[in-house]
Design a protein around this ligand. Sequence first.
Ligand code: PEP
Ligand code: MN
Length: 424
Amino acid sequence: MATPEVKSLFDVSVTTKEIIFRDEVDPSEWTADSWTSKVAAQAVQYADIDGLRQTCSLLRELPPLVSDWEVDQLRERLSHAALGSGFIIQGGDCAESFADVKWDIVKRKVDLLFAQSQILEEALQVPTTVIGRIAGQFAKPRSNLFETLPSGEVVHAFRGHNVNSEDPSEREPDHRRLLLGYMYSAAAQRMLRKMPLHLTSHASDGKKVEFSLFTSHEALHLPYEASLTHNRYNLSATTIWLGERTRQLDGAHIEYARGLRNPIGVKLGPTATPEGVVALLNVLADPMAVGKVTLITRLGRGRAQTVLPPIIDAVRRSGHIPLWMSDPCHGNTFSSPSGIKTRRLEEMLAELKETYTVHQACGSFLGGIHIEQTGDNVTECLDETVMGRDDEYLGTCYQSLCDPRLSRDQAIRLIEEFANFVRA
Ligand code: PEP
Ligand code: MN
């Protein structure tokens, strides 16, 4: 079968196959473990290093959680979104809980994502792909790696269920949790595959197409990620991203990611520079590998207009065509008067709109949205309906293990209001 031509506003007259798989970034001297010669930011300090090694050997023997063809399929979807003929909604918990790997909870998260994708598809008139922060989002970077308890005792900060427990008495990192993390990821994967098929109409021709859910998590814990890497595919998820705290050009996480065939996301905070971003792209992808890298900007409200244009311009001049996404969450986090970590829906919406508008003004595309959210009606983020009683509201049903998530209603409202803005 002939490979279809990709229509592009960037005049890339190549076939999909060429643009997707032109990623041979000289993987010489790269192995799934070559990152060990570099400094890994946010590395977990284990007391039992031999135990960690044994656990990783066990992980290496376990079956992959996703297939390489699913990874390739997502690469193709992302390349279309990078060229403006597709859109991505990526969302889920900041930190998944082992305890939430239950049918009803997972189903509500998945239903939310598909409801959002339908809204976006109708507004943007392009096929929208769903990626969950799901089935493996169990390791967290922390600004402070240690925490002082009210008793004065200093303990490790909570680092995600792959590492330790949120319970202050179980904070010592335990390598055996990585095996549990694999098992819970596998259980979640199994549920996702058993969920009723999601059918939605193809925006361009009205034809019904089947949509699948792709999985993702932050590739933070490199011993775990490397153990699930086979033939240059990280088969623990279809796509992984690198966080704002671990994307150092000469660091271990970039070294690990550069040899992968998976699409790679990179979070970009407000201090990102044009040269820095181009340097990252040069290490992570061949310029012809359209959409291989997703740049996920999380700048905070009011910053897109100044920070983004020079980055977009430098990226364009570099020849790279990444997928641009907006994470309107992580630049808008603050503490309520009583010290509870939260975000305001209105600020998130503002960042989303600004980012969309700046891309438009620069002749670029915003190709996706990355959000922390859950399918349940938690009270972790604020919105105008709770004005004046913030702390009371946050105290009602705050369940997040880490950052505040939008409730189902808030998450739908964010996407609806963004969709209305785009249509206007
Ligand atoms: C996250 O996505 O939960 C996260 C920690 O993001 P960032 O790296 O952008 O701070
Ligand atoms: Mn988070």
